[in-house]
Design a protein around this ligand. Structure first.
Ligand SMILES: [Zn+2]
Length: 209
């Protein structure tokens, strides 16, 4: 499928102009580009919000380069369907795992003797076989398997989050699902950085920038 990419930075009039010109060309789907490139999160959200009304409802919408787990749910709530993001793999290479209550840095000493999986109840192959303590040992020993195991978990986590979001949309419970997830998820600014290394959090947190 060929997608048209809408630009316009954080200027509402340019977003509108770009969206109308691109939609006139009748693509298979539409991407919102030029977001999550280092701008404050509230500007990113506004850029998506000012583009969305001009996108056809029967074509897929792709928010490029997003994001943290709460950001994905907030973007779905604003009409986005598709995403791509380096966070699950990049943070895994930094020893950081995603869970439904926020990220864990498995390099921390607190996990040295931890016999639990990264996330209790997770069905990924890492969580079924390996403990936090063992993964921490692998990272400390500079054994690449440690980063690979976290990568497998993080990708599973992201895909599972999207599966749960689709299920919630289908049974009409997405609003409750989004609110519960976002309120339970604690963003640790030290761990979760976007593509240019700036702290990212949701809801927008001015004090963190
Ligand atoms: Zn897992």
């Amino acid at each position: 499928m060929l997608f048209g990419i809408i630009q316009g930075a954080t200027f509402e009039d340019l977003r509108k102009q770009s969206a109308q010109a691109i939609v006139d060309l009748d693509f298979d789907g539409y991407a919102v580009g030029g977001v999550s490139v280092g701008e404050p999160e509230e500007e990113m959200v506004r850029a998506v919000e000012s583009t969305e009304p001009f996108l056809p409802r029967d074509k897929p919408r792709y928010a490029m380069g997003l994001g943290t787990p709460p950001q994905l749910l907030e973007m779905i709530a604003r009409g986005m369907d598709m995403f791509d993001c380096v966070l699950p793999t990049r943070l895994a290479r930094n020893g950081t795992a995603f869970t439904s209550t926020g990220t864990l840095n498995l390099k921390n000493a607190e996990f040295a003797l931890d016999k639990h999986p990264i996330e209790e109840g997770c069905e990924c192959s890492t969580c079924r076989e390996f403990t936090r303590g063992y993964i921490r040992h692998l990272i400390k020993a500079e054994e690449i398997l440690g980063l690979r195991l976290i990568t497998v978990h993080n990708l599973h986590f992201y895909l599972d989050l999207m599966r749960r979001a689709r299920g919630a949309i289908e049974n009409g419970s997405f609003e409750g699902f989004r609110k519960d997830f976002v309120s339970n998820y604690k963003t640790r600014d030290v761990d979760v950085t976007n593509s240019v290394g700036e702290a990212a959090s949701f809801p927008p947190n001015k004090s963190g920038r």
